[in-house]
Design a protein around this ligand. Structure first.
Ligand code: NAP
Ligand code: MN
Length: 264
């Protein structure tokens, strides 16, 4: 088995990385940063987002596992003190793999080829300085004209991240779905949006179509993009999935409880 380790690069994460590397090599595992079977992310959920994007072109061949050196994470749910246990489980291949859905984002331009991205948490779209104005289509039908700060389109596992801060629902990652959440929509007697976040199933799609020739800023997880000449952006549940190595049960709702309610 081949492994790779991604560190947040603080001293604690780096020390754990060196330790894990030595242990795993002692067990005969091979360090391979290009084509690993398992990627160990040491840091936070943000570190796992980096690891995910590094291997996004070979998701069916890799499993991820996260150790948190800060607070408990949703992807980084192992404690540093559990490192030896984790190494043993990896060495003996004693783990299950769970698959979570991803968001497919396709960006279409008037005068350039389209681009395709996968998001593990979410994609957001905003327009700097001026109100964002976009038409929202669901499955090809006009739904509403949105005016406001922006829109967030998230995966189920990303629903506990930015989406939650915007008042969106927490969605269990076994559901093949994606969620559209508003950022400060303008609502008065003239302008109207639905106001609630929308949860769409796997066979649905959403398109955001600029009304004016604006510049937009987009994010795909931690990645920032500036968009000019935008024709439309479409979203749907991707055919690809992200695979997480599971060594012991730690149910999603328990992670939600321990992260947001209390860790007792
Ligand atoms: P960051 O600014 O360090 O991350 C913001 C926080 O989101 C961190 O505490 C991070 O955890 C946490 N987080 C990431 N994924 C999560 C998940 N799936 N569930 C619960 N919490 C999660 O930036 P970053 O580390 O590069 O992460 C990028 C993410 O930040 C974006 O995908 C977006 O979801 C989130 N974000 C949130 C807000 C907001 O809540 N207002 C605004 C912008 C961006 P760690 O500390 O463990 O890394
Ligand atoms: Mn972070």
């Amino acid at each position: 088995m081949r492994f790779s380790i991604q560190s947040r690069r603080d001293s604690q994460s780096n020390e754990l990385k060196d330790l894990a590397k030595t242990y795993l090599q002692d067990f005969g595992l091979i360090l391979d940063d290009d084509e690993p079977d398992i990627v160990i992310s040491i840091g936070g959920d943000g570190t796992l987002l980096h690891a995910f994007h590094h291997h996004a072109n070979r998701l069916s061949k890799v499993a991820f596992v996260g150790i948190h050196t800060g607070h408990l994470g949703f992807y980084a749910d192992w404690k540093p003190s559990e490192l030896e246990k984790l190494v043993l489980s990896i060495a003996k291949s004693e783990f299950n793999v769970v698959e979570y859905p991803l968001l497919e984002v396709q960006v279409h331009y008037h005068n350039a080829p389209s681009k395709r991205y996968l998001a593990l948490n979410e994609a957001t779209i905003k327009s700097p300085d001026v109100t964002l104005v976009m038409d929202i289509e669901l499955n090809g039908d006009h739904f509403e004209r949105f005016r406001g700060d922006g829109l967030c389109v998230s995966t189920p596992s990303g629903s506990t991240a930015y989406n939650k801060a915007l008042g969106g629902a927490i969605i269990h990652p076994t559901l093949q779905a994606f969620q559209i959440t508003e950022m400060a929509s303008i609502n008065n007697r003239v302008f109207r949006t639905v106001g609630s976040s929308l949860v769409l199933p796997a066979h649905h799609n959403c398109a955001l179509i600029p009304v004016k020739d604006q510049q937009f800023t987009m994010t795909i997880d931690h990645i920032h993009l500036i968009q000019n000449d935008l024709k439309c952006v479409t979203f749907n549940v991707a055919t690809e999935k992200v695979r997480f190595a599971r060594f012991r049960p730690f149910p999603f709702w328990e992670r939600v409880h321990d992260s947001f309610v209390s860790n007792e």
